[in-house]
Design a protein around this ligand. Sequence first.
Ligand code: ADP
Length: 206
Amino acid sequence: MSRKYPNVIITGTPGVGKTTTAQELIEISKSSDSPSSSIPLKHLSVNKIAKEENFYESYDEELQTHVVDEDKLLDHIENLIANGAGEGGWIIDWHVCDIFPERWIDLVVVLRCEDTKTFYERLTSDRKAEGGEKRGYTGRKLQENIDAEIFGVIAEEAKEAWPNEGAVVELISEEAEQIEENAERIWEWCKRWVKDNPRDVDGEEG
Ligand code: ADP
């Protein structure tokens, strides 16, 4: 592996706080004062890309959601990730993780909100999160997402796709303070990865 910086996916059921946490992480990386530990992290919001590039193949009326063309999406993301000699540092934010090839990702973070009341309030709130989507979920869409979070569906999918010990980390995202705490933890992990995976100037592993 010749990446200079780690690629991280922040995943979890819609509404767990992926976008907010990814944005916080990018802010932390920008304000890092020590040049030796600076890592140029880049936010890759898959929802945003799918919308901007119109990678939709259909609309699911019952779940009130667009169905993403995964082949087009993967081709596009592969190009992005391969750019800059694949230097890495991508913070991918999406509720699906197991379509990505295992080798693209160095850490899988699954955010969890197991407190159903809190989660219900978040999904039914029609306040638009900064950079996020307007929710106000109802009906089957609401129920399916609540069930998915209760049963930890995405955490299971992640562990199946990244079976190596330590590849998948679950972090609780129920309280506001946890947004920063979780972003800090991911940031510390990124810095440690860079130290543990030195790369020489030719881009080979050190
Ligand atoms: P996702 O990207 O996983 O769909 P968002 O980051 O858009 O989720 O967050 C959904 C809503 O929940 C936003 O209004 C956000 O401010 C709020 N939120 C996310 N995480 C937390 C948390 N740990 N504590 C309180 N509110 C949160």
